[in-house]
Design a binder for this molecule. Structure first.
Ligand SMILES: Nc1ncnc2c1ncn2[C@@H]1O[C@H](COP(=O)(O)OP(=O)(O)OP(=O)(O)O)[C@@H](O)[C@H]1O
Length: 386
């Protein structure tokens, strides 16, 4: 790791080149007390620079960390973020408390959680965040991916304690959904435990939620849930216990959600405690059956690969692997571009080195995509507060 007072320049256009670089960079900078300048932010996207969701993520961290920030406004392509310095080997002063942020568009509230959660995990007291924006939108985790897959996974592996409550769903284009995040920080002097997920085990059950909100008829949620159960039973064989698949149906009237939307989110539970998530959002003209099939096919692809986490969760664990103490190791499918980007940013800021080795238990090609599984590992910083 370079001198912690030196401004670290991060090219926001590399690899995936999206908002994730910014979120991970400012979260790690906040924890490590490390000034960073992120330039060429989202340079490769149609509309480069900070969109409402990215700016809201910075504003949220500015409340929590009391950093100085330059270029923190919509459309800015360069942000300089100077948090208060941290003592060697320990975290910067992070104040727990009540915070709120309203994206003002359908930008994803889950991506605000992505930015804030690693930081609040090391706060000096518990925190409660009230977040407004999109809860079930394209190209971001739906709220149910967090509640059903990511939250239980982070709790069972890292020992990180937090609770997400979805008060109101909000959809594109209005947003307006409400998500609350309560975080109980790691105790003083205690680092996060390493993430070790190497044995995919056997599939024991699939849980999920199918929702239909606003003007979308209730039958759409029912059709998605029953199609998902049927597709899973067909794919996994008639000997499978049908009670192993349960998809809850949520129907919100217009007064209970903002806008109209539907979708399905599934979690596969393995005998070894692995959780794999998959989801799909309903679109106009796409039958409920096909939306369910999209989520089921994603889920089955990961189950058949014999991996321990799903394709979307991969990149979201990287920052925690870098912060945890000791050797984290996870059996994954081919690394996504998001994962490689998260590794790049984590290595730059923390000095932790990640390695990727071929999965010797399941070598060779899988599922015809030309790439095999691998084990992603690192020895984390073991960050803790004094
Ligand atoms: N369907 C999904 N389920 C779960 N997680 C998802 C899903 N789609 C995307 N994600 C996650 O959401 C994050 C999206 O990051 P990304 O940088 O692409 O988005 P962004 O901040 O909106 O920026 P940009 O607009 O530049 O793409 C990643 O962590 C990705 O793994």
């Amino acid at each position: 790791m370079a001198d912690s007072a030196e401004l670290l320049e991060i090219d926001g256009s590399v690899l995936e080149g999206g908002g994730q670089i910014l979120r991970n960079a400012i979260a790690l900078a906040s924890l490590l007390g490390r000034p960073v300048q992120i330039c060429r932010i989202r340079a490769g996207r149609d509309k480069p620079g900070l969109k409402a969701q990215h700016n809201a993520g910075i504003q949220l961290l500015l409340q929590i960390v009391k950093a100085d920030c330059c270029g923190c406004q919509r459309d800015s392509q360069t942000v300089t973020f100077r948090p208060p310095p941290a003592g060697a080997g320990s975290v910067s002063a992070i104040a727990g408390g009540d915070y709120s942020e309203d994206i003002g568009t359908a930008g994803s509230v889950c991506l605000l959680v992505q930015a804030a959660l690693p930081v609040l995990a090391f706060a000096d007291s518990p925190s409660l965040l009230s977040l407004r924006g999109g809860t079930n939108v394209d190209f971001a985790p739906p709220a149910e991916h967090f509640t059903g897959t990511l939250a239980p996974l982070l709790e069972s592996t890292l020992g990180l304690r937090f609770r997400l409550s979805l008060a109101r769903r909000g959809f594109y284009p209005r947003g307006g959904g409400q998500l609350a995040l309560e975080v109980t920080p790691a105790p003083r002097g205690a680092p996060l435990a390493p993430i070790r997920l190497l044995d995919p085990g056997q599939l024991v059950r699939v849980t999920g939620v199918a929702h239909a909100c606003g003007a979308i008829p209730a039958r759409v949620a029912q059709q998605m849930a029953s199609a998902a159960r049927q597709l899973l039973l067909t794919a996994l064989g008639s000997n499978t216990d049908p009670t192993a698949f349960s998809v809850d149906i949520v129907v919100d009237k217009s007064s209970q959600s903002v806008g109209n939307g539907c979708g399905i989110s599934l979690t596969a539970h393995s005998s070894t405690g692995c959780l794999l998530g998959a989801n799909a959002i309903g679109r106009r003209g796409v039958p409920a059956h096909d939306v369910a099939a999209e989520a089921v096919n994603q889920l089955l692809a990961d189950v058949k690969r014999g991996v321990c986490i799903d394709v979307h969760t991969q990149d979201q664990l990287v920052i925690f692997m870098a912060l945890a103490e000791g050797e984290s190791a996870i059996r994954v499918g081919p690394l996504t571009l998001h994962t490689r980007t998260a590794v790049h940013v984590a290595e730059m800021l923390t000095g932790v080195k990640f390695s990727v080795s071929e999965d010797t238990t399941k070598p060779g090609k899988t599922d015809g995509d030309g790439e095999g599984n691998c084990v992603l590992s690192c020895r984390g910083l073991g960050l803790k507060r004094d």
